[in-house]
Design a protein around this ligand. Structure first.
Ligand code: 0X9
Ligand code: ZN
Length: 415
Protein backbone atom coordinates (compact mmCIF):
# COMPACT_ATOMS: atom_id res chain seq x y z
CA UNK A 1 0.00 0.00 0.00
CA UNK A 2 2.78 2.32 1.03
CA UNK A 3 4.62 1.46 -2.17
CA UNK A 4 1.57 2.19 -4.27
CA UNK A 5 1.21 5.54 -2.60
CA UNK A 6 4.85 6.41 -3.23
CA UNK A 7 4.49 5.34 -6.86
CA UNK A 8 1.40 7.48 -7.21
CA UNK A 9 3.14 10.48 -5.68
CA UNK A 10 6.08 10.03 -8.03
CA UNK A 11 3.68 9.88 -10.97
CA UNK A 12 1.84 13.01 -9.88
CA UNK A 13 5.13 14.80 -9.34
CA UNK A 14 6.42 13.71 -12.75
CA UNK A 15 3.17 14.84 -14.34
CA UNK A 16 3.51 18.26 -12.71
CA UNK A 17 7.08 18.63 -13.86
CA UNK A 18 6.10 17.45 -17.31
CA UNK A 19 3.20 19.88 -17.44
CA UNK A 20 5.51 22.79 -16.67
CA UNK A 21 8.08 21.90 -19.27
CA UNK A 22 8.11 24.08 -22.34
CA UNK A 23 8.43 21.81 -25.36
CA UNK A 24 9.71 22.56 -28.84
CA UNK A 25 8.02 19.95 -31.05
CA UNK A 26 8.32 20.88 -34.71
CA UNK A 27 10.42 23.94 -33.94
CA UNK A 28 13.34 24.33 -36.29
CA UNK A 29 16.51 26.32 -35.95
CA UNK A 30 17.22 27.94 -39.29
CA UNK A 31 19.98 30.13 -40.66
CA UNK A 32 18.41 33.02 -42.53
CA UNK A 33 20.33 35.16 -44.97
CA UNK A 34 19.41 38.77 -44.33
CA UNK A 35 20.03 41.22 -47.15
CA UNK A 36 18.07 44.24 -45.98
CA UNK A 37 17.16 45.76 -42.60
CA UNK A 38 13.42 45.36 -43.26
CA UNK A 39 13.86 41.56 -43.19
CA UNK A 40 15.41 41.82 -39.75
CA UNK A 41 12.55 44.00 -38.53
CA UNK A 42 10.18 41.40 -39.94
CA UNK A 43 11.83 38.64 -37.90
CA UNK A 44 11.78 40.81 -34.78
CA UNK A 45 8.06 41.50 -35.21
CA UNK A 46 7.45 37.82 -35.79
CA UNK A 47 8.95 37.29 -32.32
CA UNK A 48 11.29 34.50 -33.32
CA UNK A 49 13.95 33.39 -30.83
CA UNK A 50 17.27 34.81 -32.04
CA UNK A 51 20.10 32.34 -31.50
CA UNK A 52 22.58 34.31 -33.46
CA UNK A 53 25.44 36.34 -32.21
CA UNK A 54 24.94 39.01 -34.80
CA UNK A 55 21.40 39.97 -35.62
CA UNK A 56 22.62 42.05 -38.55
CA UNK A 57 22.85 41.78 -42.31
CA UNK A 58 24.25 38.40 -43.29
CA UNK A 59 23.54 35.00 -41.70
CA UNK A 60 21.22 35.09 -38.69
CA UNK A 61 20.19 31.94 -36.77
CA UNK A 62 16.69 31.80 -35.33
CA UNK A 63 14.36 29.25 -33.75
CA UNK A 64 10.97 29.18 -35.45
CA UNK A 65 7.65 27.46 -34.85
CA UNK A 66 6.03 25.83 -37.92
CA UNK A 67 3.74 28.87 -38.24
CA UNK A 68 6.62 31.30 -38.06
CA UNK A 69 8.49 29.30 -40.70
CA UNK A 70 5.56 29.67 -43.06
CA UNK A 71 5.68 33.44 -42.60
CA UNK A 72 9.44 33.47 -43.26
CA UNK A 73 8.83 31.56 -46.49
CA UNK A 74 6.01 33.89 -47.51
CA UNK A 75 8.35 36.84 -46.92
CA UNK A 76 10.84 35.12 -49.26
CA UNK A 77 13.68 35.27 -46.78
CA UNK A 78 16.22 32.65 -47.86
CA UNK A 79 17.26 30.12 -45.21
CA UNK A 80 18.79 26.75 -44.54
CA UNK A 81 17.77 24.35 -41.79
CA UNK A 82 20.30 23.85 -38.99
CA UNK A 83 18.17 21.80 -36.58
CA UNK A 84 15.25 19.89 -38.07
CA UNK A 85 13.30 19.32 -34.85
CA UNK A 86 14.58 20.98 -31.69
CA UNK A 87 12.56 18.83 -29.27
CA UNK A 88 13.85 15.65 -30.90
CA UNK A 89 17.39 16.92 -30.46
CA UNK A 90 16.77 17.79 -26.80
CA UNK A 91 15.13 14.40 -26.16
CA UNK A 92 17.93 12.54 -27.91
CA UNK A 93 20.34 14.02 -25.39
CA UNK A 94 18.47 12.86 -22.31
CA UNK A 95 19.94 9.75 -20.86
CA UNK A 96 19.16 7.62 -17.85
CA UNK A 97 22.64 6.23 -17.65
CA UNK A 98 24.57 7.67 -14.76
CA UNK A 99 27.65 9.42 -16.17
CA UNK A 100 30.99 8.19 -14.88
CA UNK A 101 33.08 11.32 -14.81
CA UNK A 102 32.03 14.91 -14.16
CA UNK A 103 32.72 15.91 -17.75
CA UNK A 104 30.84 13.07 -19.44
CA UNK A 105 27.47 14.78 -19.20
CA UNK A 106 26.00 18.15 -18.26
CA UNK A 107 25.58 18.67 -14.52
CA UNK A 108 22.62 20.12 -12.66
CA UNK A 109 23.07 23.19 -10.46
CA UNK A 110 23.15 21.04 -7.33
CA UNK A 111 25.72 18.71 -8.82
CA UNK A 112 27.94 21.65 -9.74
CA UNK A 113 27.66 23.22 -6.28
CA UNK A 114 28.34 19.84 -4.66
CA UNK A 115 31.40 19.39 -6.83
CA UNK A 116 32.85 22.68 -5.61
CA UNK A 117 32.33 21.56 -2.02
CA UNK A 118 33.82 18.14 -2.74
CA UNK A 119 36.95 19.79 -4.09
CA UNK A 120 37.21 22.01 -1.02
CA UNK A 121 37.09 18.87 1.12
CA UNK A 122 39.49 16.92 -1.05
CA UNK A 123 42.03 19.74 -1.42
CA UNK A 124 41.71 21.78 1.78
CA UNK A 125 45.04 23.54 1.23
CA UNK A 126 44.21 24.61 -2.31
CA UNK A 127 40.47 25.12 -2.71
CA UNK A 128 37.76 27.00 -0.90
CA UNK A 129 34.14 27.51 -1.92
CA UNK A 130 33.03 31.07 -1.25
CA UNK A 131 29.52 32.46 -1.56
CA UNK A 132 29.77 35.84 -3.25
CA UNK A 133 26.10 36.66 -3.49
CA UNK A 134 22.52 35.48 -3.66
CA UNK A 135 20.29 35.32 -6.74
CA UNK A 136 16.85 36.87 -7.21
CA UNK A 137 15.29 33.61 -5.99
CA UNK A 138 17.68 33.34 -3.08
CA UNK A 139 20.09 30.78 -4.42
CA UNK A 140 23.75 31.09 -3.44
CA UNK A 141 26.25 32.23 -6.08
CA UNK A 142 29.49 30.38 -5.48
CA UNK A 143 33.05 30.88 -6.59
CA UNK A 144 35.81 28.36 -5.94
CA UNK A 145 38.99 30.06 -4.85
CA UNK A 146 42.10 28.15 -5.87
CA UNK A 147 45.41 29.17 -4.39
CA UNK A 148 48.08 27.93 -2.04
CA UNK A 149 47.22 28.71 1.53
CA UNK A 150 43.54 29.39 0.90
CA UNK A 151 42.95 28.90 4.57
CA UNK A 152 45.63 31.24 5.82
CA UNK A 153 44.66 34.30 3.82
CA UNK A 154 41.29 35.82 3.22
CA UNK A 155 40.39 36.16 -0.45
CA UNK A 156 39.48 39.72 0.32
CA UNK A 157 42.84 41.33 0.79
CA UNK A 158 45.01 38.79 -0.98
CA UNK A 159 48.21 40.26 -2.40
CA UNK A 160 48.36 37.75 -5.22
CA UNK A 161 47.33 38.60 -8.72
CA UNK A 162 43.91 37.12 -9.40
CA UNK A 163 41.88 35.84 -12.32
CA UNK A 164 38.16 35.10 -12.47
CA UNK A 165 36.65 32.58 -14.88
CA UNK A 166 32.89 32.34 -14.97
CA UNK A 167 30.13 30.62 -16.91
CA UNK A 168 26.35 30.55 -17.30
CA UNK A 169 25.67 34.27 -17.23
CA UNK A 170 23.18 33.12 -19.87
CA UNK A 171 21.26 30.11 -18.63
CA UNK A 172 20.98 28.01 -21.79
CA UNK A 173 24.68 28.13 -22.61
CA UNK A 174 25.33 24.79 -20.94
CA UNK A 175 28.82 24.25 -22.27
CA UNK A 176 30.18 27.15 -20.19
CA UNK A 177 30.03 25.64 -16.64
CA UNK A 178 32.02 22.52 -17.59
CA UNK A 179 34.76 24.65 -19.16
CA UNK A 180 35.12 26.58 -15.90
CA UNK A 181 35.06 23.35 -13.85
CA UNK A 182 37.68 21.85 -16.13
CA UNK A 183 40.10 24.69 -15.39
CA UNK A 184 39.63 24.09 -11.65
CA UNK A 185 40.02 20.35 -12.09
CA UNK A 186 43.23 20.79 -14.07
CA UNK A 187 44.81 23.08 -11.48
CA UNK A 188 43.85 20.89 -8.53
CA UNK A 189 44.93 17.59 -10.02
CA UNK A 190 48.16 18.98 -11.46
CA UNK A 191 49.42 21.07 -8.58
CA UNK A 192 52.83 19.69 -7.65
CA UNK A 193 52.81 17.59 -10.84
CA UNK A 194 52.92 20.00 -13.73
CA UNK A 195 55.06 23.13 -13.53
CA UNK A 196 52.52 25.51 -14.94
CA UNK A 197 49.69 24.47 -12.66
CA UNK A 198 52.06 24.62 -9.69
CA UNK A 199 53.38 28.07 -10.62
CA UNK A 200 49.92 29.45 -11.18
CA UNK A 201 48.58 28.34 -7.82
CA UNK A 202 51.77 29.43 -6.06
CA UNK A 203 51.64 32.92 -7.51
CA UNK A 204 48.03 33.61 -8.31
CA UNK A 205 44.50 33.39 -6.96
CA UNK A 206 42.28 31.64 -9.46
CA UNK A 207 38.54 32.08 -9.02
CA UNK A 208 36.19 29.69 -10.80
CA UNK A 209 32.47 30.51 -10.86
CA UNK A 210 30.76 27.87 -13.02
CA UNK A 211 27.27 29.39 -12.74
CA UNK A 212 26.73 33.13 -12.43
CA UNK A 213 22.97 32.85 -13.08
CA UNK A 214 21.81 29.95 -10.85
CA UNK A 215 18.06 30.64 -11.12
CA UNK A 216 18.15 30.76 -14.91
CA UNK A 217 20.40 27.72 -15.13
CA UNK A 218 18.12 25.67 -12.90
CA UNK A 219 15.11 26.82 -14.92
CA UNK A 220 16.68 25.43 -18.10
CA UNK A 221 16.66 22.02 -16.40
CA UNK A 222 13.18 22.18 -14.91
CA UNK A 223 11.06 24.26 -17.27
CA UNK A 224 12.55 25.70 -20.40
CA UNK A 225 15.80 24.48 -21.94
CA UNK A 226 16.01 27.66 -24.02
CA UNK A 227 15.88 30.19 -21.17
CA UNK A 228 18.57 32.90 -21.37
CA UNK A 229 17.94 35.61 -18.75
CA UNK A 230 17.74 35.50 -14.96
CA UNK A 231 14.37 34.86 -13.27
CA UNK A 232 13.42 38.37 -12.13
CA UNK A 233 9.66 38.88 -12.02
CA UNK A 234 9.36 42.06 -14.10
CA UNK A 235 5.92 42.72 -12.61
CA UNK A 236 4.11 42.86 -15.95
CA UNK A 237 3.71 39.16 -16.62
CA UNK A 238 7.22 38.84 -18.05
CA UNK A 239 10.29 37.35 -16.42
CA UNK A 240 13.98 37.90 -16.67
CA UNK A 241 16.70 40.46 -17.18
CA UNK A 242 19.58 39.81 -19.57
CA UNK A 243 22.48 39.90 -17.12
CA UNK A 244 24.90 40.68 -19.93
CA UNK A 245 23.10 43.98 -20.55
CA UNK A 246 22.76 44.91 -16.86
CA UNK A 247 26.36 45.96 -16.06
CA UNK A 248 26.80 49.62 -15.15
CA UNK A 249 29.14 50.98 -17.79
CA UNK A 250 27.44 52.68 -20.74
CA UNK A 251 24.29 50.89 -19.59
CA UNK A 252 21.24 51.43 -21.77
CA UNK A 253 22.97 52.00 -25.09
CA UNK A 254 22.87 50.23 -28.43
CA UNK A 255 22.37 46.48 -28.50
CA UNK A 256 20.21 46.32 -25.37
CA UNK A 257 16.46 46.63 -24.94
CA UNK A 258 14.16 48.51 -22.59
CA UNK A 259 11.36 46.10 -23.40
CA UNK A 260 10.79 43.66 -20.53
CA UNK A 261 9.85 40.79 -22.81
CA UNK A 262 13.00 41.12 -24.91
CA UNK A 263 15.78 38.53 -24.62
CA UNK A 264 18.19 41.46 -24.26
CA UNK A 265 16.16 43.35 -21.63
CA UNK A 266 18.70 45.41 -19.69
CA UNK A 267 16.68 45.74 -16.45
CA UNK A 268 15.27 48.93 -14.89
CA UNK A 269 18.66 50.33 -13.88
CA UNK A 270 22.36 49.46 -14.00
CA UNK A 271 23.15 46.61 -11.61
CA UNK A 272 19.48 46.19 -10.75
CA UNK A 273 20.15 42.44 -10.50
CA UNK A 274 21.80 40.69 -7.54
CA UNK A 275 23.75 38.39 -9.87
CA UNK A 276 25.62 41.24 -11.61
CA UNK A 277 26.03 43.04 -8.27
CA UNK A 278 27.61 39.93 -6.76
CA UNK A 279 30.36 39.81 -9.39
CA UNK A 280 30.75 43.61 -9.33
CA UNK A 281 31.22 43.64 -5.57
CA UNK A 282 33.58 40.70 -5.68
CA UNK A 283 35.83 42.48 -8.20
CA UNK A 284 35.71 45.80 -6.38
CA UNK A 285 36.59 44.12 -3.09
CA UNK A 286 39.48 42.25 -4.71
CA UNK A 287 41.44 44.84 -6.68
CA UNK A 288 44.22 42.34 -7.40
CA UNK A 289 41.84 40.37 -9.64
CA UNK A 290 42.96 41.68 -13.01
CA UNK A 291 41.56 38.97 -15.24
CA UNK A 292 37.90 38.31 -15.97
CA UNK A 293 37.00 35.69 -18.52
CA UNK A 294 33.26 35.38 -19.11
CA UNK A 295 32.38 32.16 -20.99
CA UNK A 296 29.33 32.07 -23.26
CA UNK A 297 28.18 30.06 -26.28
CA UNK A 298 27.92 29.74 -29.18
CA UNK A 299 29.93 30.98 -32.25
CA UNK A 300 33.58 30.25 -31.40
CA UNK A 301 34.73 33.81 -30.80
CA UNK A 302 37.19 35.50 -28.47
CA UNK A 303 35.91 38.99 -27.77
CA UNK A 304 37.40 42.01 -26.03
CA UNK A 305 36.27 45.61 -25.27
CA UNK A 306 34.61 47.70 -26.27
CA UNK A 307 31.15 46.22 -26.60
CA UNK A 308 29.20 49.48 -26.52
CA UNK A 309 31.03 51.25 -29.34
CA UNK A 310 32.97 50.37 -32.45
CA UNK A 311 35.82 52.65 -31.30
CA UNK A 312 39.03 50.93 -30.22
CA UNK A 313 39.79 50.65 -26.51
CA UNK A 314 43.13 52.02 -25.18
CA UNK A 315 44.66 48.52 -24.94
CA UNK A 316 43.38 47.39 -28.33
CA UNK A 317 46.74 46.23 -29.69
CA UNK A 318 47.58 44.25 -26.56
CA UNK A 319 44.15 42.60 -26.55
CA UNK A 320 44.43 41.77 -30.23
CA UNK A 321 47.74 39.98 -29.86
CA UNK A 322 46.72 38.15 -26.67
CA UNK A 323 43.43 36.92 -28.10
CA UNK A 324 45.14 36.02 -31.39
CA UNK A 325 47.54 33.85 -29.45
CA UNK A 326 44.66 32.28 -27.55
CA UNK A 327 42.90 31.48 -30.83
CA UNK A 328 46.04 29.72 -32.05
CA UNK A 329 46.31 27.71 -28.84
CA UNK A 330 42.69 26.63 -29.17
CA UNK A 331 43.20 25.69 -32.80
CA UNK A 332 46.21 23.53 -32.00
CA UNK A 333 44.18 21.18 -29.79
CA UNK A 334 41.42 19.90 -32.10
CA UNK A 335 41.75 22.16 -35.12
CA UNK A 336 38.73 24.28 -34.25
CA UNK A 337 38.69 27.86 -35.50
CA UNK A 338 37.79 30.59 -32.99
CA UNK A 339 37.70 34.09 -34.45
CA UNK A 340 38.81 37.05 -32.34
CA UNK A 341 38.30 40.79 -32.17
CA UNK A 342 36.61 43.57 -30.27
CA UNK A 343 32.87 43.11 -29.82
CA UNK A 344 31.75 46.44 -31.21
CA UNK A 345 34.47 46.75 -33.81
CA UNK A 346 34.23 43.51 -35.66
CA UNK A 347 30.85 42.13 -34.65
CA UNK A 348 27.89 43.91 -33.16
CA UNK A 349 27.23 46.34 -30.34
CA UNK A 350 26.18 45.11 -26.90
CA UNK A 351 26.02 47.76 -24.17
CA UNK A 352 25.88 46.99 -20.49
CA UNK A 353 27.96 43.85 -20.94
CA UNK A 354 30.36 42.39 -18.42
CA UNK A 355 33.57 43.11 -20.24
CA UNK A 356 33.02 46.84 -20.69
CA UNK A 357 32.33 47.46 -17.00
CA UNK A 358 35.03 45.10 -15.86
CA UNK A 359 37.66 46.68 -18.10
CA UNK A 360 36.63 50.32 -17.66
CA UNK A 361 35.71 50.37 -13.99
CA UNK A 362 37.30 47.35 -12.28
CA UNK A 363 40.45 47.72 -14.37
CA UNK A 364 40.62 44.10 -15.54
CA UNK A 365 41.69 42.82 -18.94
CA UNK A 366 38.21 41.42 -19.40
CA UNK A 367 37.37 39.13 -22.30
CA UNK A 368 34.42 36.98 -23.34
CA UNK A 369 34.75 33.65 -25.13
CA UNK A 370 31.89 32.24 -27.16
CA UNK A 371 32.45 28.47 -27.06
CA UNK A 372 31.37 25.76 -29.53
CA UNK A 373 29.83 25.34 -31.95
CA UNK A 374 29.10 27.51 -34.99
CA UNK A 375 25.44 26.58 -35.28
CA UNK A 376 25.11 22.89 -36.03
CA UNK A 377 23.75 22.24 -32.55
CA UNK A 378 23.99 25.75 -31.11
CA UNK A 379 23.03 25.80 -27.43
CA UNK A 380 22.15 22.09 -27.48
CA UNK A 381 25.73 20.94 -27.90
CA UNK A 382 25.93 17.13 -27.57
CA UNK A 383 27.57 15.88 -24.42
CA UNK A 384 30.21 14.14 -26.52
CA UNK A 385 31.60 17.60 -27.24
CA UNK A 386 31.98 18.63 -23.59
CA UNK A 387 35.43 17.17 -23.10
CA UNK A 388 36.85 18.30 -26.48
CA UNK A 389 35.56 21.83 -25.86
CA UNK A 390 37.12 21.86 -22.39
CA UNK A 391 40.37 20.42 -23.71
CA UNK A 392 40.75 22.98 -26.44
CA UNK A 393 40.00 25.89 -24.10
CA UNK A 394 42.33 24.96 -21.26
CA UNK A 395 45.63 26.11 -22.84
CA UNK A 396 44.08 29.45 -23.82
CA UNK A 397 42.68 29.94 -20.30
CA UNK A 398 46.12 29.28 -18.82
CA UNK A 399 47.77 31.57 -21.35
CA UNK A 400 45.30 34.28 -20.38
CA UNK A 401 46.34 34.01 -16.71
CA UNK A 402 50.01 34.13 -17.67
CA UNK A 403 49.38 37.18 -19.85
CA UNK A 404 47.99 39.01 -16.83
CA UNK A 405 51.03 38.03 -14.91
CA UNK A 406 53.21 39.73 -17.54
CA UNK A 407 51.06 42.83 -17.83
CA UNK A 408 50.52 43.49 -14.17
CA UNK A 409 53.55 42.11 -12.38
CA UNK A 410 55.74 45.19 -12.55
CA UNK A 411 54.58 47.76 -11.94
CA UNK A 412 51.26 46.94 -10.34
CA UNK A 413 48.72 48.88 -12.33
CA UNK A 414 46.75 51.57 -10.62
CA UNK A 415 43.03 51.52 -11.05
O1 0X9 B 1 24.95 38.88 -26.60
C1 0X9 B 1 25.67 38.51 -25.68
O2 0X9 B 1 25.54 38.86 -24.52
C2 0X9 B 1 26.80 37.56 -25.99
N1 0X9 B 1 26.40 36.60 -26.95
S1 0X9 B 1 25.40 35.42 -26.51
O3 0X9 B 1 24.99 34.69 -27.65
N2 0X9 B 1 26.19 34.43 -25.59
O4 0X9 B 1 24.34 35.99 -25.78
C3 0X9 B 1 27.96 38.32 -26.55
C4 0X9 B 1 28.48 39.30 -25.64
C5 0X9 B 1 29.74 39.82 -26.13
N3 0X9 B 1 29.78 41.13 -25.88
C6 0X9 B 1 30.17 41.65 -24.74
N4 0X9 B 1 30.52 40.94 -23.74
N5 0X9 B 1 30.15 42.94 -24.76
ZN1 ZN C 1 25.72 34.33 -23.67
Amino acid sequence: MKRALVALLVLVFAACVFAQQVEFHGHKVIRTYITKPSQLTFLEKLNVDFWSERPDLGPVDVRVTPEQLKRVEQARIPYMVLIEDLQKLIDSQKSDVQAQGIFDDYLTLDQINDQLLAWEQQYPALAKRIQVGTSVQNRPIYVLRLSTGVNQTDAYGSKKLGVLYHGAEHAREWISPPVVLYIANYLLTNYGVDKRATDILNHMDVYCMPVMNPDGYRYTWTNNRMWRKNRRNNGDGTYGVDLNRNWGYMWGGDGSSGNTSSETYRGPSPFSEPETRAVRDFLLANPRVKGHLDYHSYSQLILFPWGYTSAQCPDYAAFLSATGRMATLINQVHGMVYDYGSVGGSLYLASGCSLDWSYAVAGTRAITIELRDTGEYGFVLPKEQIIPTCEENLPAAIDYALWLDQVYLIPARKR
